[in-house]
Design a protein around this ligand. Structure first.
Ligand code: AMP
Ligand code: GLY
Length: 430
């Protein structure tokens, strides 16, 4: 198969997409990203350093290199309507158009659609458009709520009552946001991620992953874009039953069916973030793209041809028989600059000691003549792979702890202790 694919985005997720594509025969890779990712630029035949949300620049480059396909990594270009513009220019895309991407970019749209079409797993919610409306809802509700800005915040905009804020803190946060918020029932349980390739009507699901949003060990500190994640050899998680998995997948199938029914067919990668509660999985949110770090877990296990999947997503001919993932455990650990996420310190030197067998994915890092320097977001990630979670964790941890510089990572991700804690929590709830 001869195909030219443009990968849009320059993080760890896009490095994983680019590496999986680079394993395909007869495929030429091109890249556009805001800052240079040394891993992606090494794999790409040609790279454009350019604002990813500037559709005309991206379309111009796609045409210049003769790209047949584009794979959109991050959400911001989806929100900017890059898929609509690329498709008008004849480039087939993995990623939804602007209207269908509202599933992620407009939390109000997502909740209203779930409620209107009776899709299971929707928590109680209220979409507010003024400070007064939000404040009186918080006062009258009585229980704990999640406070979410309506638009994109890189996963960092949510405040949970009983965790980060009390009622007074919730009210002042709502004021700070000008009242445009979604208020949701606080869900209690264990989070998991289910990602699927989608071609408008068919879904092909990927191994379950658990991400770690909090900055510090023991799930403390501020929310981040994700500090790391793990997956199990059977592609399940020990606190998610087959029934829970089926429920989550059915919810995602219903979403895709409804999007098609309302004439906004969804194609690309659909990311479901679920809270496994005492009553089964509830939807925290959907993303219109791969998760970062979760893409690194699943794509490191992909043994089938991602180029073939790309073509099938755009043609509407996806088939689970043609997508295969290795039965191994993965543990991904992100190295981040000191001070991340609140006051990340950029421009610090870092050195990788002994990566061992772990895979290295570059993210927001500068390579100056072979010397690496931090920028102000997540720096790079290691993925350990092995027949057991313990082995995968050891591999990722060994690589991560060999990095020297003003950087840190979460040592607890993928450890037996932390996974047992999650299982015990689930047992207590059920
Ligand atoms: P989001 O930006 O929607 O992914 O939310 C960020 C994080 O906030 C999630 O990973 C959850 O840990 C938490 N969160 C979001 N919504 C809720 C909710 N309704 N109940 C409890 N926690 C939530
Ligand atoms: N890991 C969460 C996200 O990509 O939104």
């Amino acid at each position: 198969m001869d195909m030219k694919i443009l990968v849009v985005g320059g993080g760890g997720r896009e490095h994983a997409i680019a590496r999986a594509l680079s394993r395909c025969n007869g495929l030429q890779l091109f890249s556009v990203m805001a800052t240079k990712n040394p891993g992606i630029s090494q794999l790409a035949k040609k790279t454009l350093i350019h604002k990813e949300t500037d559709a005309s620049g991206v379309v111009g480059f796609a045409k210049e290199v003769g790209a047949d396909y584009a794979f959109i990594g991050p959400e911001a270009p989806l929100e900017a309507g890059i898929v609509d513009d690329l498709e008008r220019a004849g480039v087939a895309c993995v990623g939804p158009g602007r209207a269908a991407a509202r599933l992620e970019t407009d939390k109000g749209f997502c909740r209203e659609m779930m409620a209107r079409h009776g899709i299971a797993g929707c928590p109680n919610y209220r979409i507010c458009h003024s400070v007064d409306e939000a404040v009186s809802f918080i006062r009258d509700y009585g229980g704990e709520l999640a406070i979410k800005p309506i638009g994109l915040t890189g996963g960092k905009g949510v405040r949970i009552m009983g965790e980060q804020v009390d009622a007074a803190g919730a009210i002042s946060y709502v004021r700070q946001l000008g009242g445009n918020v979604v208020l949701e029932e606080r869900l209690i349980g264990e989070e998991f991620t289910l990602q699927a390739f989608v071609d408008g009507s068919h879904l092909v699901s990927m191994p379950l992953v658990q991400d770690h949003k909090r900055a510090f060990e023991g799930d403390t500190g501020p929310n981040t874009g994700g500090m790391g994640s793990y997956s199990m050899p059977d592609h399940m998680l020990p606190f998610v039953s087959r029934k829970d998995h089926n429920t989550a997948l059915d919810i995602m199938k219903s979403i895709v069916a409804v999007m098609s029914k309302i004439q906004e067919p969804y194609k690309g990668v659909l990311y479901g973030q679920f809270m496994n509660t005492a009553d089964g999985p509830k939807v925290i949110e959907f993303n219109a793209r791969f998760g970062d770090p979760e893409a690194m877990n699943v794509l490191s296990l992909l043994t089938s041809d991602l180029g073939d999947t790309v073509a099938r997503i755009t043609e509407g001919s996806l088939s689970s028989a043609r997508v295969r993932f290795e039965n191994a455990a993965t543990v991904c650990k992100y190295i981040v600059p000191e001070g991340y996420p609140d006051a990340p310190h950029a421009g610090d030197k870092l050195t990788i000691g002994h990566p061992g067998t772990a895979l290295l994915y570059y993210a927001n890092v500068e390579d100056r003549d072979g010397q690496l320097f931090t920028r102000n977001s997540r720096t790079l990630a290691f993925v350990g792979i092995g027949p057991t979670l313990e082995g995968a964790e050891k591999s990722a941890e060994g690589a991560a702890s060999s990095v020297e510089g003003h950087v840190r990572h979460r040592r607890d991700i993928g450890t037996t202790d932390l996974v047992n804690k999650r299982c015990n929590h689930m047992k207590e709830l059920r």
